[in-house]
Write a protein that binds this ligand. Structure first.
Ligand code: NI
Length: 141
């Protein structure tokens, strides 16, 4: 992913020794190369979460696994996706095995609309798994 180069600003943070030690231990279990990178990622994650909570425009992916032979299920999933075409950017379909399909649905819209889509897909009988991955919509950090 290409990111616009932003001007970096240094700022001081006071933190308890124990908290910093725990943070460093956590950081070593991740791929963050240093504290600055780790803190930047946590800040972005928190801002994305806040946007989702506040009902702003967000982007993400809804991933579902379903049993395609189940009666009427494919038709219901397609109907639902047509009802939500304002929020769906694209759908990738993978035939997992003889019985099961995986769909990755890329979405962008208000968080309420996207959560509604994910919940309604999850509620369909025959949908075995549904997750919603959240990201920023791209116009903010
Ligand atoms: Ni399939």
């Amino acid at each position: 992913m290409t990111r616009k180069t932003a001007q970096l600003v240094r700022f001081g943070v006071s933190v308890e020794q124990d908290l910093l030690a725990a943070f460093d231990r956590w950081m070593r279990t991740t791929t963050h190369p240093n504290r600055s990178e780790a803190i930047r990622d946590l800040m972005r994650e928190q801002l994305v979460r806040q946007r989702w909570t506040a009902g702003g425009t967000v982007a993400g992916a809804v991933t579902i696994v379903y049993a395609h032979h189940r009666r009427d299920l494919v038709g219901r999933i397609v109907d639902l996706q047509h009802d939500f075409q304002d929020a769906i950017i694209s759908t990738q379909h993978v035939h997992l095995d003889h019985r099961r399909c995986l769909e990755i649905i890329a979405v962008r819209g208000t968080s309420g609309r996207i959560k509604d889509l994910a919940d309604r897909l999850h509620a369909l009988k025959g949908v075995l798994h549904a997750t919603l991955a959240m990201a920023a919509a791209g116009d903010r950090p």
